[in-house]
Design a protein around this ligand. Structure first.
Ligand SMILES: [Zn+2]
Length: 263
């Protein structure tokens, strides 16, 4: 692959990550993501363009505001770096195809929702519902244009995203009925969205999400003094399961079927 293309996509990923930071900070506070321009959360002074360069400004300013010296959260450069990484890994996997844009969009939704869920214990509708609408676009895109060689998972057959949507949303809806304190409406909508992108491989994402969630819950209770009653954000675990299912779901299922003697 052209190294210049990879570098350009990585740079664009950093800029997208910078915007994602604005979304992560402002959406749960019900602020506009467009106005006002970026400012220091401590002294509220607007940032000059040269203090707002993804990753680089954080390093140059040594993680402190130029005016008031307040510490800038390491979350900002981290989100920028991870976003850029998602752009590059998706480019390497899919090339510059419609699947690349869908994969990047899906991963950025997962990343922003995870960070917001960790900080505020909510998965905002204003992110997940429009994302469901965007994800629904891929059904005709892949089904009727016969772009099956570039589909994200197995969208070549239009039914799979619909099946995934129903499995993801339906399974978490049932869980929310039997376990109302553990699962929220946000988790249900997120799982339905995952199904649209992952098709039947949403089962892999949910399995891994519950596995990581249980391990995380046990860790939180044994080492961090959390009790069973404490709310633990579940979105990040669903997101991590989705990331693995997206990149490795197909070989994982093949491997599982071979060791279980089913395939
Ligand atoms: Zn400041």
């Amino acid at each position: 692959m052209n190294i210049l293309l990879v570098a350009a996509v990585a740079a664009f990923g950093l800029i997208a990550g910078s915007f994602l930071n604005v979304v992560i900070y402002r959406v749960p506070r019900r602020e506009s993501v467009v106005l006002p321009s970026s400012h220091c959360p401590a002294c509220e002074r607007p940032l000059a363009a040269y203090d707002n360069i993804p990753l680089i400004s954080y390093i140059v300013l040594k993680g402190k505001c130029r005016f008031c010296g307040a510490l800038i959260s390491a979350q900002y450069p981290l989100v920028e770096a991870v976003t850029s990484l998602f752009f590059v890994t998706s480019l390497l996997k899919y090339g510059l195809t419609p699947a690349f844009f869908l994969a990047v969009f899906f991963l950025l939704v997962l990343l922003s929702v995870s960070v917001i869920d960790i900080e505020h214990l909510i998965i905002p509708n204003v992110i997940v519902l429009p994302a469901i609408a965007v994800a629904a676009v891929q059904i005709p895109l892949f089904a009727f244009t016969k772009l099956d060689n570039v589909s994200l998972m197995d969208q070549a057959y239009w039914l799979w995203p619909v099946v995934g949507f129903l499995i993801g949303g339906g399974l978490l809806f049932l869980l929310a009925i039997v376990w109302p304190n553990g699962m929220g409406g946000g988790d249900i909508k997120l799982a339905a969205l995952m199904g649209l992108f992952l098709g039947r491989y949403v089962i892999v994402a949910l399995f891994l999400g519950f596995l990581f969630g249980s391990l995380g819950g046990i860790t939180a209770m044994s080492f961090f003094g959390k009790s069973r009653k404490d709310l633990i954000p579940f979105g990040p675990y669903l997101a991590l399961g989705s990331l693995i299912a997206l990149y490795a779901g197909v070989p994982l299922v093949k491997w599982y079927l071979s060791i279980s003697g089913l395939g």
